[in-house]
Design a binder for this molecule. Structure first.
Ligand SMILES: [Zn+2]
Length: 124
């Protein structure tokens, strides 16, 4: 955890949600940090992508960015939403990801975990 203001809600989630504990432990083992920040609703957020993406073929890079571009421009991105609206947005983002992956052609036959994941998504 990085932000002490999240200590209490994380403690409550960990102690009250038995089924979440293995997930919380796995997250902690990976060194995941959580941060809260005041965001200007009139300015786009910040998207942080692992630099491992830079080693991926261009079609994967374009697909991941298409996914995040969709999220970043969603008019309901910062508003409280229903679970159904969140699922719908993720489905749309994955659609844009698949669209990008299908329409950007890489110049080499490199296969990675990401390319296999994108190929699998294309089959859905
Ligand atoms: Zn998404």
């Amino acid at each position: 955890m990085k932000d002490a203001r999240l200590r209490l809600p994380l403690f409550v989630a960990y102690t009250r949600l038995d089924r979440l504990r293995p997930i919380a432990r796995a997250s902690a083992m990976r060194g995941t940090t959580y941060t809260v920040a005041r965001l200007d609703p009139h300015v786009g957020g910040q998207v942080v992508i692992s630099d491992t993406i830079l080693a991926e073929p261009i079609d994967v890079q374009a697909a991941v960015l298409a996914h995040e571009l969709y999220h970043s421009q969603s008019p309901t991105q910062d508003a409280p939403r229903s679970a159904a609206a969140c699922v719908s947005e993720e489905v749309h983002a994955m659609g844009w990801e698949a669209y990008a992956y299908a329409n950007v052609t890489r110049t080499d036959p490199t296969e990675t975990v990401w390319t296999r994941s994108e190929e699998h998504r294309m089959e859905l």
